[in-house]
Ligand binder design. Structure first.
Ligand SMILES: [Zn+2]
Length: 108
């Protein structure tokens, strides 16, 4: 099965621009597909960003995908128990504080 890539919709991008106003930039919170606290708990599993050169750039600051922070995202246990768990590579823009792209992989 091919990995599935999620990208930010235009509607979500508008929302993110509101959420990431400069006055909110100090907080290390990444808005996007997943709850910010779930992403935070995955920050200690970094991936090699050079492996993601041709992925989506940050839609706000246009930073290239290989300059974004990539982590291995895995849903919290509660999501897996509901049958809604996902795992994959998630890119984060440190400058804008958003989740840019999620590439799901199949759990083993
Ligand atoms: Zn950005």
């Amino acid at each position: 099965m091919e990995p599935q890539a999620s990208q930010i919709s235009p509607e979500m991008l508008d929302l993110l621009k509101v959420l990431t106003r400069p006055d909110a930039a100090d907080e290390k919170v990444y808005h996007g597909f997943f709850p910010a606290e779930d992403v935070e708990s995955c920050l200690d599993v970094p991936l090699d960003s050079l492996k993601f050169r041709l992925q989506q750039a940050c839609p706000i600051c246009k930073r290239h995908s290989h300059h974004l922070r990539w982590i291995r995202y895995s849903s919290p246990a509660s999501a897996w128990e509901r049958g809604a768990g996902v795992v994959g590579a998630l890119s984060l823009c440190d400058q804008c504080g958003i989740q840019v792209q999620f590439i799901a992989t199949q759990p083993h």
